[in-house]
Design a protein. Structure first.
Length: 185
């Protein structure tokens, strides 16, 4: 028996016969936000991402402009024809998202259709994400309620950044150096 199995067996023995206890979950939900799109755009901008709020009819032209001259990864399920690039030669990736959070300016990918794989969204230096206005929720509890916990989740709050010991900001170490977000209204 491994150490892990031994510990789990001891825990199982200790709680054998104990009554099930209902744990109340009263999570704070976000305050009513009148302008989810505006708040989300403001928070994304605070993270030094490029953000555009556009009517749906203008989104394709903005995408064309953003990706012109770039070798882009276009994941299966993204509603766009485009030149696939290999991961090792890609300049960027274009995705949709599962949900976006206004309070935190966070985009959540569950890597479903149009969202690519984790590698496809973390390796290229540029990430263009198209967010529909109806995908934006006020806070984290509302986002979690929309997500499937069995799916792999990537939470993105701005371009990848870290700081060295002298607090010098370095971008692009753990993901794309440039994040551009198009919010389709």
């Amino acid at each position: 028996m491994s150490a892990r199995e031994e510990i789990l067996a001891r825990i199982g023995k200790a709680v054998a016969g104990a009554a099930d206890v209902e744990i109340p979950r009263h999570y704070r939900t976000a305050q009513q936000v009148e302008d989810l799109v505006g708040l989300f755009a403001e928070r994304v901008d605070d993270y030094r991402a490029i953000v555009h709020v556009l009517p749906a009819a203008e989104v394709p032209a903005r995408i064309d402009e953003a990706v012109a001259g770039r070798r882009m990864i276009v994941p299966d399920g993204f509603d766009r024809d485009g030149g696939w690039a290999d991961l090792d030669t890609a300049d960027g990736v274009i995705t949709s998202c599962a949900v976006a959070i206004a309070e935190t300016g966070t985009i959540v990918l569950d890597h479903g259709p149009g969202q690519g794989t984790r590698a496809q969204t973390l390796v290229p230096d540029y990430h263009l994400c198209v967010v529909r206005a109806d995908q934006i929720v006020a806070g984290v509890p509302e986002a979690i309620a929309r997500l499937d916990p069995a799916r792999p989740l990537t939470w993105i709050s701005g371009p990848s950044a870290t700081s060295d010991i002298e607090l010098n900001r370095v971008e692009g170490v753990h993901g794309p150096r440039t994040l551009e977000v198009i919010i389709s209204t």
